[in-house]
Design a protein around this ligand. Structure first.
Ligand code: ZN
Ligand code: ZN
Length: 601
């Protein structure tokens, strides 16, 4: 098994957590904007390509765990002790990189390199801001957790087991110092991040016990070496337990609020989303969009009422009526044992529809492999796209489908209603074709190691969310076949419900972190206005209380891409060609939409 990077687990709480994209580095970036076949690489681009190589080398030396996570294993035995010295080292790295970067004149660079320039510039500023302004290392204890990196070393088969175990052993040496530094750093942690840190650190202990023991059983190392590893694992577990215990007993009389506050939030939004809109603007868009969606959903509900609910009287409350209609439609769903085949069956249908409607070129030589979720990913039900990392040259791209085996009947039924006949089609558009998977294939055509490690999540998620709407606008409806010109009202209603999720994620995130939204108000928003189940809404509340900004990437990217398309449509009139727009848009790789916009206008 090779090392894969998760692009998106749309059904799970993790969705959007990873900003990484897969690319194989076959040749140097070429000038994506010109369309010339033979492009002489100008001297400045040549020099810039060279610089990028050095930047990445230096980046991995400063961030060895990040390197391992994207499949670069040179520093697998290194664990950075998160003390003041390491922060100084990061800041020195930033300063040196900015100096080198700013010696280039942006206007001399190709479009592909211009966007790489901006991505590097932004990343450096993000690191500096994190250390100097956000200072999460003082208030977010959940930032201290070693188990994930160690778990990867055991679970992913990128090298011989004994080599991985050796690195595992060497890396463990720093664990006690790591947690000692953590204790030094923590000043006024939030209650929420403290609880999360305790839960996650204790949850990670099994990596150094059961998982490690399983690996040692399989390994051919000598017994004496194995015992050395076991000894150090015990010391590591003791350090983790001690940290959790220390957090539990912390005399934290004035905990910091988990709400980031407006100033930090706005800046974090700029650095993470890299949108041409401000956080305030996107929030305002989302509020308006929510109301529009409700209106559209109510119109459809009225229309469909006699078909599905004629024996019941329609409630006066619009939102209640919509909720009843959603419930009535959700009973149409596949069966647990058919879940994977239902997904598989739709792939060729999506491709055929896209061809027929001339929406975007789909490269037939790079088929997507649908498979059952591998065991090491188990536990996260649902679907995800697994793309090979930047250092895995020949990996396949997989569409992993979680198994519902072992679930109780009630949970299965509730899950299948959530991912019902209609939503499953929208999910496939998002995850696979022409969503994440298609975007990935295009991104791989202009390979850039920078975009594969610093790619813009709002662009990546925004594209997937944009394609959901675009497909329905063009009439996609699995029940009607390739010639469909109009999706059914049922499809639209369910699409709007799905779209409400990303819209309300944005409203929630902004309101919680900058406007003191209460939990009661949040639950009202998610359950009554976005029609979510209680469990889903509770989960979202938990997520928003330990994360900031990330929940906005879907709606922001979607809005930017959609608005760009509408603008170009207006400008180009009947010369506008949707297929060309899509292909050109994707040709720039996973760059922030605000830069793509400039290059497309
Ligand atoms: Zn996604
Ligand atoms: Zn059912």
């Amino acid at each position: 098994m090779k090392k894969y990077i998760l692009v998106c687990i749309s059904l799970s709480i993790l969705c959007g957590m990873s900003k990484l994209q897969a690319q194989t580095e076959k040749h140097e970036p070429h000038n994506a904007g010109t369309g010339n076949v033979h492009v002489e690489i100008p001297v400045s681009d040549d020099r810039f390509n060279d610089y990028k190589g050095h930047f990445v080398d230096d980046l991995w030396a400063v961030y060895p765990s990040w390197a391992s996570s994207v499949g670069y294993h040179k520093y697998d035995n290194k664990l950075v002790i998160p003390d003041a010295k390491s922060r100084d080292r990061e800041l020195a790295f930033c300063k040196a990189q900015l100096d080198s970067l700013h010696s280039f004149k942006i206007s001399d660079l190709s479009d592909a390199n211009k966007t790489d320039y901006f991505l590097i510039d932004n990343q450096i500023k993000y690191i500096e801001w994190g250390i100097q302004e956000q200072r999460a290392f003082e208030w977010d204890p959940s930032g201290y957790n070693v188990s994930g990196g160690f778990a990867d070393m055991l679970a992913n088969d990128y090298d011989k087991l004994d080599t991985r175990l050796n690195n595992f052993y060497e890396k463990m040496a720093a664990i006690p110092a790591y947690y000692a530094a953590a204790k030094q750093n923590i000043l006024n942690p939030t209650k929420e991040h403290t609880e999360l840190a305790i839960e996650q650190n204790l949850g990670g202990v099994s990596v150094f016990e059961k998982d490690l023991e399983d690996a040692l059983t399989k390994s051919g190392l000598e017994e004496a070496t194995k015992n050395k590893i076991r000894e150090r694992a015990k010391t590591s577990v003791a350090a983790i337990n001690d940290f959790a215990e220390w957090l539990k007993n912390l005399n934290n009389t004035y905990p910091r609020s988990f709400r980031l506050g407006k100033g930090l939030y706005q800046r974090k939004f700029e650095l993470e989303i890299q949108s041409s809109y401000t956080a305030d603007e996107v929030y305002a868009f989302a509020v308006t969009h929510k109301l529009e969606l409700h209106e559209k959903m109510y119109e459809i509900t009225k229309k469909l009422w006699p078909k599905y609910l004629k024996s019941k009287s329609m409630p006066e409350d619009k939102l209640q009526a919509i909720r009843m209609m959603i419930d009535a439609l959700s009973v149409k769903h596949t069966q647990p044992e058919m879940f994977q085949s239902a997904i598989e069956k739709q792939m060729p249908e999506l491709i055929a529809f896209i061809k027929k409607k001339d929406l975007i070129y789909i490269d037939p030589s790079k088929p997507l492999v649908v498979r059952k979720e591998p065991d090491y990913m188990a536990g996260v039900a649902g679907a995800s796209i697994n793309a090979p990392g930047p250092y895995d040259k020949n990996g396949n791209t997989y569409y992993n489908v979680g198994s519902l085996a072992g679930w109780d009947k009630e949970k299965v039924e509730s899950y299948l209603r959530e991912y019902n006949h209609y939503i499953l089609q929208i999910l496939n558009i998002h995850e696979a074709i022409p969503g994440h998977y298609t975007q990935l294939v295009y991104a791989n055509q202009s390979p850039s190691i920078i975009k594969s490690i610093l790619g813009n999540n709002a662009m990546i998620e925004g594209w997937a969310v944009y394609t959901e709407r675009m497909m329905l606008e063009n009439g996609y409806d699995g029940d009607k076949g390739v010639s469909s010109t109009e999706a059914s009202p049922e499809m639209w209603l369910m699409y709007y419900k799905w779209n409400l999720r990303s819209t309300c994620n944005t409203i929630l995130d902004y309101s919680v972190h900058t406007k003191d939204m209460t939990k009661e108000a949040a639950m009202h928003l998610l359950m009554d206005e976005a029609f979510q189940q209680k469990a889903e809404a509770e989960g979202k509340w938990k997520r928003v209380s330990v994360s900031q900004v990330q929940l906005c990437c879907y709606f922001t990217g979607f809005t930017e891409i959609y608005n760009l398309r509408e603008e170009l449509k207006k400008k180009e009139g009947n010369k506008f060609n949707l297929k060309k727009f899509h292909e050109k848009f994707l040709s720039f790789g996973s760059a922030p939409v605000k830069y793509i916009k400039v290059m497309m206008k």
